[in-house]
Design a protein around this ligand. Structure first.
Ligand code: KIV
Ligand code: ZN
Length: 524
């Protein structure tokens, strides 16, 4: 007979729109917050902390708009302990289908003395009064003793006990200044659980000042926390909050370390959420960021590339497709090996063997040693030298003239060489890049959709080179990527698109099964 153990859910409480928005320089308008909130709902978070309604009219409006339209997650608003804060918070979240009030007051000596200028007795009274007021509005009340990691344990527990006794159902323990280390944090969570009696969920809210926010959050889960407060991409005050994607993937990937724990997140939406938050906040995602960084599934070293080409799991503990990050990338650079070089050429529709391959590989290594950015064109040129003739290009960009702005419909006039014939087309689009791509599709007759598009600046400054990489899937299912460099973003995009369509033409000319050709290769 085998005993069955119940699975416990770790509630994901997303605070991207509240603590995340408190990052220096981030200011989201109502429309942007709604867009992110809709995505958080698709991602399946349990709670959205939508803002701090008393903080400003804009914050109130955003929380109110989210409460009115976003369905699925519980909508939460933050408030200090003053009744006017709590009343305003309730007003903002009232239209939501499910609502929570989160109220907080600091319990550490330094905050009580220098910030609140209150005695511990006053802080205790404030906590009781705030929780009681919030409970007049809703059964779902969360209380946080701010700066818990630097608070006197006994006093903090007295405040927590009073919060539970007056109706708080969630006790959130914040490491407000990112001061804790994992073992100590786990111990504190366990000790609170033992000391504070009653029916409540224990939550953790960790900041990243020492780079330990995710580690501390996971330690808290191990110690019994069943709610984790976190943000997409780990954005937040100073060094940020715990990154949601890292917490979720750690619990999923190392499930044996978190027995009988589940998180209800739709992980295939993680990468999209990360991109959206980065785009709307203007905060870039660091290249080597776990789970969602552009290099998280890229391999440059020859030994790693060889391993991944044979079997992805040799160097990947997560499946990039499962988190919506596309496919593993083989990045050609000076550390790459022959297998990756040959594979990348194959995926560009270029077959090369024997001595020609050896010679091209030697030339590639020389070039990669000197040049950081290797483009498809660089590769084609060196292979062409070894093969004694140019690589066939079905399409060549002759000229591109674009118009845009805030008044006229964006338009592009394109001249393309198609199989040696000059083709001229004009097209309009949502923007100049869209107009150019539409013109290229018309000129080549290749239809399909862009599945990925990214622009990077190769150097800083306004004269920086734009480096565009895109992925395209033709309507008959051939998937290719293309890359283009130019000082002009629209031209770089057009070059990347033409490069991608040239690969389709080569693949078709080689008679290969288009669906067998998938192109993770990104030359960099
Ligand atoms: O970091 C913190 O203490 C907070 C509280 C409001 C929970 O963000
Ligand atoms: Zn915080």
């Amino acid at each position: 007979m085998s005993a069955t153990t119940a699975t416990e859910r770790v509630v994901i409480f997303d605070t991207t729109l509240r603590d995340g928005e408190q990052s220096p320089g981030i200011s989201l308008d109502v429309g942007e917050k709604l867009e992110i909130a809709d995505q958080l709902a698709r991602l399946g978070v349990d709670y959205i902390e939508a803002g701090f309604p008393i903080a400003s009219q804009g914050d109130f409006d955003a929380v109110h708009a989210i409460a009115k339209s976003v369905r699925g997650p519980v909508i939460c608003g933050l408030s200090r302990t003053a009744h006017k804060d709590i009343d305003r918070c309730w007003e903002a979240i009232e239209p939501a289908e499910k609502r929570r009030i989160h109220t907080f007051i600091a319990t550490s000596p330094t905050h009580m003395e220098h910030k609140l200028r209150m005695s511990p007795e006053q802080v205790l009274a404030e906590a009781i009064s705030a929780v009681s007021r919030a409970r007049e509005y809703t059964d779902d009340v969360e209380f946080s003793p701010e700066d818990a990691s630097r608070s006197d344990f006994d006093f903090m527990c007295d405040v927590l006990q009073a919060a539970v006794d007056n109706g708080a159902g969630t006790l959130n323990i914040p490491d407000t200044v990112g001061f804790a280390v994992p073992d100590e944090w786990a111990e504190r969570i366990r000790a609170i659980r033992e000391r504070v009696s009653g029916d409540y969920v224990i939550s953790t809210h960790c900041h990243n000042d020492l780079g330990l926010a995710v580690a501390n959050s996971l330690a808290a889960v191990t110690a019994g926390a069943r709610q984790v407060e976190c943000t997409v991409n780990g954005i937040g005050e100073r060094a940020g909050n715990a990154a949601m994607e890292e917490i979720v993937m750690a619990i999923r990937t190392r499930s044996e370390q978190f027995p009988d724990i589940e998180v209800g997140i739709e992980i295939s939406e993680l990468a999209r959420s990360s991109r959206m938050v980065s785009r709307l906040t203007g905060y870039p995602v660091q290249f080597n960021k776990a789970v969602v960084g552009r290099n998280a599934f890229s391999h440059e070293a020859g030994i790693h590339q060889h391993g991944v080409l044979n079997e992805r799991t040799t160097y990947e503990i997560m499946d990039p497709q499962a988190v919506g990050a596309g496919e593993s990338k083989i990045v050609l650079g000076k550390h790459s090996g022959r297998a990756a070089f040959k594979d990348t050429l194959h995926k560009m529709g270029i077959e090369i063997q024997g001595d020609a391959l050896n010679a091209a590989f030697t030339r590639f290594k020389e070039l990669a040693d000197r040049k950081i950015q290797l483009t498809d064109a660089d590769l084609e040129a060196l292979v062409a030298e070894e093969l004694g003739g140019p690589i066939h290009h079905e399409y060549e960009l002759v000229s591109l003239d674009v118009r845009g702005g805030t008044v006229n419909t964006p338009a592009a006039d394109l001249v393309l060489q198609v199989a040696g014939q000059r083709v001229e087309v004009s097209a309009t689009g949502d923007g100049m890049v869209d107009a150019s791509c539409t013109a290229i599709k018309q000129a080549t007759g290749v239809d399909g959709r862009l599945t990925d598009y990214s622009v990077m600046s190769v150097t800083g400054g306004v004269d920086a080179l734009a480096d565009v990489t895109l992925s395209f899937e033709s309507s008959d299912g051939v998937k290719v990527s293309g890359r283009g460099l130019s000082t002009d973003v629209v031209e770089a995009s057009a070059r990347a698109f033409v490069a991608a369509l040239n690969k389709i033409a080569r693949v078709r000319a080689s008679g290969e099964d288009p669906n067998a050709v998938d192109r993770p290769g990104h030359l960099g």
